[in-house]
Design a protein around this ligand. Sequence first.
Ligand code: SF4
Length: 438
Amino acid sequence: MGSKNLKAFAVYSEGSLPELADKEAFEAAVRDALDELLNEPFVKDEMIPYGTPSFFDAMNSLGLVPAYNWQRTTTDFDSTLGYKNYHEKLEVSVDRCYNCPIGCGRYTRIPEGKYAGLEGGGPEYETLAAFGQKLGLRDLYAVTAAGHIANKYGLDTIGTGQIIATAMEWYEKGLIDQEFTDGLDLTWGNAEAIITLVERIGKREGKFATLLGEGSLRAAETVGGDAVKYVMHVKGMEMAADGVRASKSEALSHMVSPRGADHLRPYGPTIDCFAYQNDEFGVLETKDPFKEEDKAWVKPFEELSMATNLLGTCLFASITLAIRGRTWARLLSAATGLKYEYQDLFKAAERVLNIERLFNMREGFSRKDDYLPERFSTEPAPDGPGKGQVVQQDVLLDEIYAVKGWSSDGIPTVEKLAELGLEEYIPLVLTHTGEKTA
Ligand code: SF4
């Protein structure tokens, strides 16, 4: 889109909305969905009053927020970047998608100091972590300013923050110097350099910022040496700020996500860190976040998240496990007049997840691309609740491939495709694996 100077699509219809098949049943299901949503403790006590910034403190308490380009985890950033300081120091109003009863977003204005008057959407949780804790930056106003500037240029704050975090570690390790950075001192927490760099990336100004604008994996090739070791990505996508050493389920969902380190997939810590249970996933006991084995429930959680996407609804309603699969099925049944159970939704989602996998397979992706950066296997978390933890990535992959009905190379088996009614893709798989078509 960027190369075509295309900023956005807008679509509207002059037709009328389709009629609900059973209006009464639909409205009853909406009431129940709202009841589930608004009475879910995390939604009620954290998300509605404090928005996504409330995640910062909650996740830090479990060792889930990365610091210093994922070298560390929990630090004392809560006092400055946590939700209390956020709501006290910034001028804040609620920002919500149309008709949303939660309103997880925040619109802020910086009231004083060097960046006074800058305003815009966020910073949301991911931006606080990306421009704050990941970069060793404790100045809330500077973090907010970096977020607003990134938004002004249409930059993804997660990716931009992660790219700068990588560059800061290159600087720390002596792989790049001030001559390479066009004069910027990329010492951790240097607010001025961070903000200047965001501006420059947005404008593609200077050699260094232009290089970073290509993404950290491509930039690492130019930096050379062992630069790639410090690029925190999966399948080329920069990692968001969802801890992986302290939640092995989160590690796994990043690893097998078809888009790479994608934070818009299931949020495993809901179950293995925040101790939620869910009978639809077969999770009826507290799960251990550090244990690689026993993560089979990530599969149905992935399917619930995908089902939410297929329904065009907000992922927060499912990753908080607020609205149940059963309720989504009731809503869809009442709207369409077709009978759905939650298992049908999960099955539809599984079909999509398998087709995504086949797409990647066709484009050359395989098990080798399902790994987190080496750091997470070889460098134990030095601090926080996950102290000492590394991720045993092969254990996670072997287990989830088996549960998904994929081969040990991560390719959907013929039996799985037949079970899902995806027989048309069987020749593609057989060609890929070198087997003969029956
Ligand atoms: S629809 Fe989702 S993303 Fe939008 S305000 Fe509501 S909870 Fe937040």
